[in-house]
Design a binder for this molecule. Structure first.
Ligand code: NAD
Length: 441
């Protein structure tokens, strides 16, 4: 069993990891794949413990914990193990004639060194471990900082990681603002932050002191456009499943719906049917329905319920941190629910006159992390793809684009910078070194 270095200061941790990196031990592909296999074993051998922690923090069901956290990360590991050697292959570049026919050029991936991963509470295992997969696959050492707002998961990860991974290459630092602030004062070779934009700015300012590159995986309001004439039962079913997963506490959750005034009433009816089909008439009794992370967020969400007419839901229980899956109609774009990212189980429907107005509505606001379009018209889908900017775009299915390992996952503008998953994690956690070679004779 590995030993933990519990009372170490951030400077000592970073120095120790940097010393490991300098030995070159993390660079061979065998070390990288070995660590990924150990991480995989950690997840499969301790799935029940992790699921229990996720249930304690967020009321996540076992199925959801497996699907969106444990299994998700295992798939990311498997995809990386399947392709890592191929991704790491140096890529030849054509050489201009003036350098002579005997010159060759290529790019190679170099690990960066010591990277810091700071995770949020909403998918507290996945959002810590998936970046760690990319960091290790790229041959780095890592400081992993789980969210203090998911304390059971944070404690489980802090206990498990050192007993599976190389403790001189991976360190877990638990804690909140003081601990993260202390970490950010150190020099890292990359900082990977997932969370809100306010703290994103804090992270970027701290990193600027060391000229450290950052990846910021942020959030914001991800809109949905529902076109006239679509099959509203299919739309509502997919919207309900995507929106109310993890009680709406998903960075890429559909935040609000834009549709025309003729479609809205039928969509309301279809959403009522869909919510009841997925969570029953009493979602509080459904084992599949999660809870709000804490009372502060519960109270914040409660204050948004007055922003429209309640179509379904609205019920709550503060002691259980339960807020029913809720759909609001007749929502004014200036109302509180439309001013901030909802990050909870409230789905407002805002009516707009049609496609042009929907595109303007989206472009008048911050660039979203995700944008979802339900339309049978190829022209409509193409126009939205061409005329709006968002981190990701989902036609007909919310959330699912981030499960495609070969797609980059990240935001643009206010929703973040940089991306990861699969080979895009390698781009994030490595330097692409340009190499030119000319024989001496
Ligand atoms: P959070 O409160 O858990 O904070 C995230 C991390 O930042 C934590 O580890 C926390 O300790 C640290 N932190 C908080 N304040 C800090 C400070 N002043 N200085 C340094 N570090 C600090 O999570 P959150 O921010 O509430 O997360 C929710 C937000 O994250 C939403 O906006 C959501 O959309 C976004 N999000 C984005 C993604 C993505 O992949 N793009 C995924 C999940 C969540």
């Amino acid at each position: 069993m590995n030993q933990q270095h519990t009372s170490e200061q951030p400077a000592d941790i970073v120095a120790r990891l940097r010393a490991t990196f300098r030995t070159g031990r993390t660079k061979p592909v065998e070390w990288r794949t070995g660590q990924l296999r150990r991480l995989r074993a950690m997840l499969t051998e301790n799935g029940a413990d992790l699921a229990a922690a996720l249930h304690e923090d967020l009321g996540k069901s076992g199925t959801e914990a497996q699907r969106t956290e444990i299994g998700f990360t295992v798939r990311e590991i498997d995809h990386t193990l399947d392709h890592l050697e191929e991704w790491l292959r140096p890529e030849p570049a054509p050489v201009p004639a003036h350098l002579g026919a005997d010159a060759t050029a290529w790019t190679q991936y170099d690990p960066l060194g010591v990277v810091l991963v700071i995770a949020p509470w909403n998918y507290p295992a996945q959002l810590l471990l998936a970046p760690v997969v990319g960091a290790l696959a790229s041959g780095n050492t890592v400081v992993a900082k789980p969210s203090e707002l998911a304390p059971a998961t944070s404690a489980a990860l802090a206990r498990l990681i050192p007993s599976y991974l190389d403790i001189d290459a991976v360190a877990v630092v638990e804690g909140g603002v003081p601990e993260t602030t202390a970490l950010l004062a150190e020099r890292f070779d990359h900082v990977f932050y997932t969370g809100n934009g306010t703290v994103g700015r804090v992270v970027m300012r701290a990193a600027a002191e060391h000229l450290t590159p950052v990846t910021l995986e942020l959030g914001g309001k991800s809109p949905v456009f529902v076109d006239r004439g679509t099959d509203l039962d299919v739309v509502a079913d997919r919207l309900a499943r995507g929106k109310f997963l993890n009680a709406g506490q998903t960075c890429v959750a559909p935040d609000y719906v834009l549709t025309d005034p003729e479609t809205a009433p039928a969509l309301e009816v279809a959403l009522v049917r869909a919510v009841e089909a997925v969570y029953g008439t009493d979602p509080a009794a459904s084992p599949e329905y999660g809870r709000i992370v804490n009372e502060r967020h519960f109270d914040r969400l409660g204050a948004l319920l007055g922003s429209g007419r309640v179509v379904i839901g609205g019920g709550s229980d503060r002691t259980a941190r339960y807020l029913a899956p809720t759909v609001l109609a007749d929502v004014d774009p200036a109302s509180p629910v439309m001013r901030e990212e909802i990050f909870g189980p409230i789905l407002p429907i805002v009516t707009v006159s049609g496609l042009d107005a929907a595109i303007d509505f989206i472009n008048d606001r911050d660039k979203p992390l995700a944008l979802y379009v339900f339309s049978d018209s190829e022209e409509t889908r193409a126009r939205i793809a061409a005329e709006t900017s968002s981190g990701g775009l989902g036609h007909g299915l919310p959330l699912a684009h981030l499960t495609v390992s070969d797609l980059p996952f990240g935001g643009v503008g206010e929703s973040g910078m940089g991306s990861y998953h699969g080979r895009y994690s390698l781009d994030t956690f490595s330097h692409r070194k340009a190499v030119l070679a000319k024989p001496l004779n």
